[in-house]
Each structure stands twice: as structure tokens, then as C-alpha cells.
Design a protein around this ligand. Structure first.
Ligand code: ADP
Ligand code: ADP
Ligand code: MG
Length: 452
């Protein structure tokens, strides 16, 4: 087992990883930008190294400074968390070449699966159903139009390197495609330094259902069931839950088997997630693979009792999986809400600022993953997610009731957050009845506007 791990991230996920390391008796090294001198992760780690100015390009994405920090402190492994360098094959490769273990899959697999259009081609060959679309990347606008007219509008234009809901555009006609093409290309170049695009059929009213997998370096792989992440704003999740109200045991097994095919076909190891869309006929299609730990991993942890971050570390250290598929069982129901510093009234624009007063909920079955504290100033340069509340109940009804009372206890004074907005969703009759798809929030907004 490693004796020291460097965490190449910030915020709640860095804190989450530090906690797992401490419980395993592993020393931790935090890296921080000049804006994060007072941040929780900087304070909680055994050692902390400043890696550059606030701008993430110069700090949390600065491979050279991060690797130097690892060498200087004698860290044997790097946990990349999510976002930042977590799906960067080049970084994973230079870690390996520097004799530092990258806690994730091999760089070869990140390269294969991290690019969304390439991974679809690979999955198709492996016999996993994929969303119909361009075969690989788009070469030109005219080619995009040709493919779109073949598969039929509406279509989704997407960045191959995209993530966090960015670099995606829904288009209904050739004219809209013409307008969107250069815009998405530009957006992708700015956000991901890669303007490669692909295109796929727009699945109407789907549910986003993803399968969590764990695989070791010795060929053993299992899945930990699903998470339903259909409640999204701007194509990014804000509420996730498990089990999904649209899956029965047969469909769960089918999707689990498809996820295992994806793992085997790509030579995957460590924790990963296969994202699918499930349509009205309960047909499912591979959408992308996230080759890292995900924001909503605590949902699965509450359902299974397995600590996914600790398993990631054990797998990276070369240990054999401690469970077989038969050992995995699920209990009750879990829901997660993402609390963001954003204004839902103004198209979810981020609202950084200083937290004047803070109270976070607790109690039976309530877990909080966060890195904020009273008096904390949220830097404007990073992601707007402040905290995750995860509630476990004996069934969905109790999980919802718990989440509602937890949200009622939240006090975050001094900044604008989406707490009231989340509460409204939990109160919605359609949500309560499991009667929703990924268009839920958009449809709700349109109904509201009509009433005004
Ligand atoms: P998840 O897939 O874990 O549910 P999100 O899609 O919300 O999470 O992304 C989690 C974080 O990682 C966000 O801060 C998001 O902006 C960032 N992120 C995700 N994918 C990428 C990517 N390909 N490139 C850069 N940042 C990413
Ligand atoms: P990201 O890498 O940003 O997570 P995804 O490819 O996973 O992007 O898509 C994010 C969300 O966008 C999905 O969860 C879904 O709601 C919507 N979406 C993406 N592709 C399609 C599609 N072909 N049809 C319908 N919705 C889609
Ligand atoms: Mg996704």
C-alpha cells in the first residue's frame, strides 16, 4: 500500500479523498493555487504545496508543478479527483513515466475512452448499443449536414472532449446546424482546448441512467448498480438517485452486462462509470464513459456500503477486488442534491462571494460532502458546486422526506444558491411519482413562463 498520496484537485472532492487516505493510514499532500491558500483541502492535508496562481491553467492543470510537488514530497501516487487532469491521458502517462502511480485507469484506456466519439466506435464494435450518429469525428459542416439528414433531426452536436454539460447543442434543422457548428467548435476550443465535434441522434424524453463499475488490474470486474441522473440543468446533473424508478431487475442486469462488456473491451481498471440514455421503450444506448470518480459516487456508497475512493486506491496499489458480483447488495434508496453557488432565476449564472453564516444539516442517514466553512470566500475562477447532500432512506419516499428536511436546515448566508430551487423539485408531484425525464426542468420552466 502507498504511504503518501498527492491529491491533484480542490474543493469537496479533494477533502473526500484526504478523508479516505487518513482512514487508511496514508499520508496526504494537497496542492493549492494562490486563491486556495485558506481552502479546506489545503488545511486538512498533512502537507500542502502551492502550485501557482488562481487560474487553473497555471495551477490545477499545471502538470509540471504538480509532478514536481509529488517528487519533492515523496508522494508515490496521485489521485486526480474529477474535472481538471482526471481524464487527461497525457498526464496519466507522464505520471507513469515518472514512476508515480496515477489513481485511475491506464493512460492507454483514458485515451481510448476519454474521447467521446472514439469510445462510441469502440463500444459499437464490442456489441454495446450506442446512440446512432457520426462514425467518429466530424470533418466539416457539410458532412455534419449529410449525416444529420440521414439520421433525421433533431440531433445533438457535441464536443468529443466535452464534460460538465459544456459543448453540447440541440439542433432541429439544417439552418440551426449551420449556426451551431462554428459556435460549438469555438466553445469546445475554449473549454477543452480541442475543437473536435461529433453528432448523434437526439433521444426524445430519455432518462440518464449510469452504471458504476470497479475493475482491478487482474481482470476482475463488477458493477455497483445504477444511478438515475435525469434531473439536469444545462445538460448537467443536479439531483441523482439510486435505484432508478425506470429499472427493473431484468433491465438492471442487462445494463450491468453491457457495462461489463465496455470494461472488458477497453481493458479498463479502477473505478469508472458507463453513462446510458434509456428511451421510452426502455431501450438503452451507451452515451459516454467517465474514466474517473464521479461527483455522485456517494449515492452508490450509501446503497452498497462500499467506499469507492478506498477501492480506487487499493486497485491502483495492485490489490485484487475484494468482492464478486454476488457479494454486492443494495439497501433502501439514496438521493443526492448538488448545492451550487448559482442563480436559478438567471440561467444558473455562478454567484461567488463570501459566506457570512453557515449551517449544514445532519442526522440519521444524511451525509454532507463539502469544503466550505463560515467566512469562506468562494473564488470566482472555479466550479460553482459548494456541497453535496446525500440522504439515505428505507425507500424513495423516506429519502425524499429526509432530503426536504435536510434542505430546510441549510443556512448559507451572503451568497445566492440553488437550495430553494432544489427544494421545489423535491416537492414537485411529477418528481415524487418518478414521472420525469431529462427535460424535466426545461418543461417546468416553460410551464411557469406560460402562467406568468
Ligand atoms: P459527473 O460526470 O461526475 O457527474 P460533471 O459532469 O458535473 O460530473 O463534472 C464534474 C466536474 O468536472 C465539473 O467541475 C466539470 O466542469 C468537470 N469536468 C467534467 N468533465 C470534464 C472535462 N472533460 N474537461 C474538463 N472538466 C470536466
Ligand atoms: P458530458 O460529457 O457533459 O457529461 P454527455 O454526453 O454525458 O455530456 O451528455 C450530458 C447530458 O446531455 C445527458 O445526460 C443528456 O441529458 C443530454 N444528452 C446528451 N446526448 C444526448 C442525446 N443524444 N439525446 C438526448 N439527450 C442527450
Ligand atoms: Mg456525461
Amino acid at each position: 500500500m502507498f504511504s503518501k498520496i498527492l491529491i491533484a484537485n480542490r474543493g469537496e472532492i479533494a477533502v473526500r479523498i484526504i478523508r479516505a487516505c487518513k482512514e487508511m493510514g496514508i499520508k496526504t499532500v494537497a496542492v493549492y493555487s494562490e486563491a486556495d491558500k485558506e481552502a479546506m483541502h489545503t488545511r486538512l492535508a498533512d502537507e500542502a504545496v502551492c502550485i501557482g496562481p488562481a487560474s487553473s491553467g497555471k495551477s490545477y492543470l499545471n502538470m509540471k508543478n504538480i509532478l514536481e510537488a509529488a517528487c519533492l514530497t515523496g508522494a508515490e501516487a496521485i489521485h486526480p479527483g474529477f474535472g481538471f487532469l482526471s481524464e487527461n491521458a497525457h498526464f496519466a502517462r507522464i505520471c507513469e513515466e515518472s514512476n508515480i502511480c496515477f489513481i485511475g485507469p491506464s493512460y492507454v484506456v483514458i485515451d481510448k475512452m476519454g474521447n467521446k466519439s472514439h469510445s462510441k466506435e469502440l463500444m459499437k464494435k464490442a456489441g454495446v448499443p450506442v446512440i446512432p450518429g457520426s462514425e467518429g469525428k466530424l470533418e466539416s459542416l457539410s458532412q455534419a449536414k449529410e449525416i444529420a439528414s440521414k439520421i433525421g433531426y433533431p440531433v445533438m452536436l457535441k464536443a468529443s472532449s466535452g464534460g460538465g454539460g459544456k459543448g453540447i447543442r440541440l439542433v432541429y434543422s439544417p439552418k440551426e446546424l449551420e449556426d451551431a457548428y462554428p459556435l460549438v467548435k469555438q466553445e469546445a476550443r475554449n473549454a477543452f482546448q480541442d475543437d473536435e465535434l461529433y453528432l448523434e441522434k437526439y433521444i426524445e424524453n430519455p432518462r440518464h441512467v449510469e452504471i458504476q463499475v470497479l475493475a482491478d488490474k487482474h481482470g476482475n470486474a463488477i458493477h455497483l448498480g445504477e444511478r438515475d441522473c435525469s434531473i439536469q440543468r444545462r445538460n448537467q446533473k443536479i439531483i441523482e438517485e439510486s435505484p432508478s424508478t425506470v429499472l427493473d431487475e431484468t433491465l438492471r442486469n442487462k445494463m450491468g452486462k453491457a457495462a461489463m462488456k465496455a470494461v472488458k473491451a477497453s481493458g479498463y481498471y479502477n473505478a469508472g462509470t458507463i453513462e446510458f440514455l434509456v428511451d421510452k421503450n426502455k431501450d438503452f444506448y451507451f452515451m459516454e464513459m467517465n474514466t474517473r470518480v464521479q461527483v455522485e459516487h456517494p449515492v452508490t456508497e450509501m446503497q452498497t456500503g462500499i467506499d469507492i475512493v478506498k477501492e480506487q486506491i487499493r486497485i491502483a496499489a495492485g490489490e485484487t477486488l475484494r468482492f464478486t458480483q454476488k457479494d454486492i447488495s443494495f439497501s433502501g434508496h439514496t438521493i443526492e442534491c448538488r448545492i451550487n453557488a448559482e442563480n436559478p432565476e438567471k440561467n444558473f449564472i455562478p454567484c461567488p462571494g463570501t459566506i457570512q453564516e453557515l449551517n449544514l444539516p445532519g442526522g440519521n442517514g444524511v451525509r454532507i460532502d463539502t469544503a466550505i466553512y463560515s467566512g469562506y470566500t468562494i473564488p470566482p475562477v472555479y466550479d460553482s458546486m459548494l456541497a453535496k447532500i446525500i440522504c439515505h432512506g428505507e425507500d424513495r419516499k423516506e429519502a425524499i422526506a429526509k432530503m426536504k428536511r435536510a434542505l430546510e436546515e441549510v443556512v448559507i448566508d451572503g451568497i445566492t444558491t440553488n437550495v430553494d430551487f432544489l427544494y421545489e423539485i423535491l416537492e414537485d408531484v411529477d418528481f415524487e411519482e418518478g414521472n420525469f425525464d431529462t427535460s424535466f426542468l426545461e418543461v417546468k420552466k416553460q410551464k411557469k413562463e406560460k402562467l406568468l
